[in-house]
Ligand binder design. Structure first.
Ligand code: HEC
Length: 148
């Protein structure tokens, strides 16, 4: 890895993650890349899970097992500066409600239910309890065209 690549890594981390440089102590680029709160780690896992299942949903797969860790966003420790208040709880509830509908919904409705779920990710991120950094990444999960 050359120094430019390391620089790129830390810049993209700051741009696309929720942690603002202000709340960070002086650390090396590497520590910054690897330091995720419990909540941030769950978010990354949820992102990967939905991204992996996206294609299958477009193709009309019939089952979707939502992993148990999704519900841990109720209790996961967050990066300094984030607060577990009523607004965060409301967004959490509405997100989990959508996830539950996605899991148990009819196969024919799954694209719409998937998009509702992504919309509720974005709703929390746009609110004052979320953070805008990851929004462009999350938006790419939306299924905008129905293939076949
Ligand atoms: C209830 C509010 C809420 C919902 C719903 C939510 N997020 Fe987040 N998200 C947060 C908060 C708060 C953080 C910052 C966590 C921290 O740094 O401790 C975060 C952080 C992230 C991050 C950055 C993690 C990092 O590397 O720093 C990504 C990516 C992300 N969320 C994606 C998603 C996706 C995808 C969904 C939907 C599947 C989603 N979020 C739903 C509140 C939410």
């Amino acid at each position: 890895m050359n120094i430019r690549f390391i620089f790129f890594l830390s810049i993209s981390f700051l741009l696309f993650s929720c942690s603002s440089p202000k709340t960070k102590e002086k650390e090396s680029a590497f520590q910054e890349v690897y330091e995720l709160s419990e909540m941030a780690a769950i978010m990354e896992n949820m992102y990967d899970f939905l991204n992996e299942n996206r294609e299958l949903i477009i193709e009309g797969q019939s089952t979707l097992d939502i992993p148990d860790y999704f519900i841990e966003i109720h209790t996961a420790e967050m990066t300094e500066g984030f607060q577990r208040d009523t607004l965060l709880e409301n967004h959490t509830e509405s997100f989990l409600w959508n996830i539950n509908r996605l899991e148990n919904g009819e196969n024919s409705d799954r694209i719409a239910l998937f998009n509702n779920t992504i919309t509720s990710c974005i709703a929390c991120h746009k609110s004052e309890v979320g953070c805008t950094g990851p929004i462009p990444r999350i938006e790419k999960l939306m299924i905008t065209t129905k293939l076949n």
